[in-house]
Design a protein around this ligand. Structure first.
Ligand code: ZN
Length: 298
């Protein structure tokens, strides 16, 4: 009799656990990475991004790959409505009007977006896209794209400068290690993270310009003149709202070695979670880089 009871109890436990894990899967964030064209190594970085997301156990990830440059883009029609989050690893030919409209609708209705590294080089003339990414560079950007946005120290306070001087947008010097400093420590993405982390050798984007509307600067780095930078404190991690949608924009992660930085990965995951759900539950990991020591995961 006792044995029988034990059997029933353990059977019940197993079925409870099964239900639990199915329920857990159901609450995972459904993400879609877009790639297919880029002046960067998207064929190598997309699998790395996918693996970062999946290892966190907070996301399930699909990939939609656009046709190569110059080919018929009308066949590229991802079904955004199936996802909570769209991750942009794309910098290339304009999508079809139908796909652009569907993407705008997805974000306007509350969809989350991550703009990853060179995605902010894309689509200079697509106004709504630039409102979503907040800041962009290259691709013929200039004062018509919006102000340069950077941080300046005045009377002991770091304040945001919107600088309308003419000039092109987007620049970086040779790759260097640099300190990524928190700007908005109360924003859910940054709250509870150390004030700064040393990032591995990467491009330090500077002189970015754009509409910069509805934007919070989350993290910055000093772009040094002696490293062929702007001499300014430049925004590198930003959060934007567009209608009901939320966008996390990271300018870090030029190629695979840069994506191995635990600071890159942690801010990416937390930013992605915020974009998709407005909340952040992913904790700061024990191997997070310090202000003087980089940290990578193979
Ligand atoms: Zn790059």
């Amino acid at each position: 009799m006792k044995k029988m009871m034990l059997f029933y109890v353990s059977a019940m436990l197993v079925s409870a656990l099964t239900v639990f894990s199915t329920a857990e899967d159901a609450v995972k964030i459904k993400a879609l990475i877009l790639d297919g064209q880029n002046n960067h190594n998207w064929k190598a970085t997309t699998p790395v991004l996918k693996s970062i997301y999946e290892k966190s156990e907070r996301f399930v990830v699909d990939v939609a790959t656009a046709p190569p440059s110059g080919q018929d883009m009308s066949i590229f029609k991802p079904d955004f409505s199936k996802y909570d989050l769209v991750v942009l690893n794309y910098n290339g030919d304009k999508w079809s009007q139908e796909t652009c409209d569907a993407f705008e609708k997805f974000v306007a209705e509350g969809g989350g977006v991550v703009s990853y590294h060179a995605a902010d080089n894309a689509f200079t003339d697509w106004k709504e896209y630039n409102l979503m990414t907040g800041l962009g560079g290259w691709g013929g950007r200039n004062e018509k794209s919006g102000p340069y946005v950077y941080v300046e120290l005045g009377q002991g306070i770091r304040k945001i400068v919107y600088d309308n001087s003419p000039g092109d947008g987007g620049h970086h010097g040779p790759q260097v290690e640099f300190l990524v400093k928190t700007f908005s420590s109360e924003h859910p993405i940054m709250k509870g993270l150390p004030e700064a982390f040393l990032h591995v050798k990467d491009e330090l984007y500077c002189k970015m310009r754009g509409p910069g509307e509805n934007m919070s600067i989350l993290g910055t780095a000093d772009s040094k003149k002696e490293e062929r930078g702007s001499g300014r404190e430049e925004p590198l991690l930003i959060a934007i709202t567009y209608k009901k949608g939320r966008i996390f924009h990271t300018m870090l992660g030029h190629d695979v070695p840069q994506c191995r930085c635990v600071g890159f990965q942690t801010t990416l995951l937390r930013g992605s979670e915020w974009a998709a759900t407005a909340e952040v539950t992913i904790p700061c990991p024990e191997d997070y880089p310090t202000a003087t020591q980089t940290s990578i995961r193979e």
